[in-house]
Design a protein around this ligand. Sequence first.
Ligand SMILES: [Zn+2]
Length: 405
Amino acid sequence: MSEKTIKLYDENAYNKEFEARVMDCRPANGDFDGFEIILDKTLFFPEEGGQTPDKGTIQVKSETGEGTADGDVVNVLDVQIKGDVISHFTDKSIEPGTVIKGTIDFAHRFSNMQQHSGEHIFSGIVNSLYGYDNVGFHLSDSVVTMDYSGQLSKEELADVELRVNRAIYENVPITCRYPSADELAKLDYRSKKELTGDVRIVTVEGYDICACCAPHVARTGEIGILKIVSSQNYKGGTRVSILCGQRALLYLAGMHDMITELANSLTTSVDSIPDLIHKQQEEIAALKRSLSEAGEKILLSEAAELPADSKCVFMFADKNSDANVIRRVVTKLVAGREGYLGIFFGDDTDGYRFIIGCGNGLNSNDVLNILKEKFQVRGGGAPAMVQGSISGASKEDILSVAATI
Ligand SMILES: [Zn+2]
């Protein structure tokens, strides 16, 4: 078995196809239901440094053993690195000794290169302006996150975003190389950990020098655009999510479509949406206020019709009643009564909420306990007033209990 897989992606990040020889192939261990193939060299970038691996295919070029015929295509579903050996996890096996043609999914790879190079510029600028380190990096097919060791405000993040995009317009070179030990010792570069052996240095001219194993675009212009999509406080620092290139374009296009659709459904222009929403919120608040005032008036006028001599009166209010209004009405009504007064709001299907009050010398908990004996009730309170909810009881059921008190 090979001791070391030659990393072709290290030499040229733009190659899409390569030829190699199968050194080993065996059923994969663990959960993966397929095969683990080791090649003498590969263009497939493995999962490393927070970045998800390349995808693609391996095609048999010449058959020297059993199993697969010339031209068979094997899908590469995962790529991992252990020491210096890279394993390709595939859906089919290929005999060792077979010469293969490997093809990476270059659209996927190029997108990763754009995201990763964008991250380097962002982290380089954060480091030079604020001195914070990138202490966590994750690049998946849907999200790119960076964790910085200090807190960055919205304004600071917006400024960094602008500076990164200016670096993109400048279209400066990005180079990847292995400096000598002497040169490395003198070099001031960003690194997540203490490194030994050959250290690959990625330089964004004028913006960043960082140790990194991943493929990068050759010039910053290829990143296209960088957009921050979210930021939050995280472990005393800041977690920032970004998108670059086509990912950023698709995200912004989706946002634009959504806002345009929103403007259409509000029959207004995009620019007028914030004012209109604000106005509608004020209108809704005013309507809620007048609705609760009207609800209070209705309950009070209904209460005026109530028999004065019944010890316990239960009234029913609109399902959407405001509990504060109900509480206010109960307080007003019990002031002039000898017995108990309860208001229920809800319906037979979804159940009822209730507030029950009483005059001096009585205890509302006594009524609550009667209800608890008969129905499924949750609630509690002080002698003067209790509140709760009741489920599985109809209006008729509740009224029949009132008649017994
Ligand atoms: Zn990197």
